[in-house]
Ligand binder design. Sequence first.
Ligand SMILES: [Zn+2]
Length: 244
Amino acid sequence: MQNNATNEFSLAGYRALLAGLFERGYSARDFSNYDAESSHFILRHDIDMSISAACEVAALERDIGVTSTDFVLLRSEQYSPFSESGRAELIELVELGHEVGLHLDASLYDDDAAALDEAAAWECDLLERLIDRPVRIISLHRPAQSLINTQNTLGGRPHTYQRRYFSDIGYCSDSRGAWGHGHPYEHQAVRNKSALQLLTHPIWWTGEAASPTVRLDRYLRGRHETLGHALADNCSIFENGGMA
Ligand SMILES: [Zn+2]
């Protein structure tokens, strides 16, 4: 059974969620050192909206004594890992002991395997230069069905929707701010005490607990404020109130 804390999408809820897994005999591993038959969970964060939210979750994970693999988009309209603050936050994740992987949006490229492979290698190279360390694994952003449960690598690297990570072990995700396919504790893998890939998106867990739509409004207001500061810093007519 779950208590209320483990159902809440907040940092306290996240802490309680992991505590419940520990109580069930689980220990934290990563994509390179888990055993499919053992009570191992692999923490994965896809950074779809905010690297700073990922840093907040990472700070909590440091307190708990776990790390995750954090996947960053290079080509997003919502944040830039190449901005001053974005890069600083990525380095913070690295310094907290997290593995940084590439979050690849395949929809930005031609729909053929060779083009995607080349794009993955190109983006990994950019990310490696940015963080000055190897990028060893990829996660796809909103992958097409044809990219799920495959065995192929991307850009010479494994990816999180390969069969070995996606269906040979348990997979549970908080997409759209809810456990759409059931709470992790109810997952068959956890009932069997076998390995689980647990995907969470930091945006749903940070700040005051709220519904997903309220969170998105809050996120949008924050982005608007940041953009306003950047405009004021870079364009004096904005500072003077002139937009014409
Ligand atoms: Zn994503």
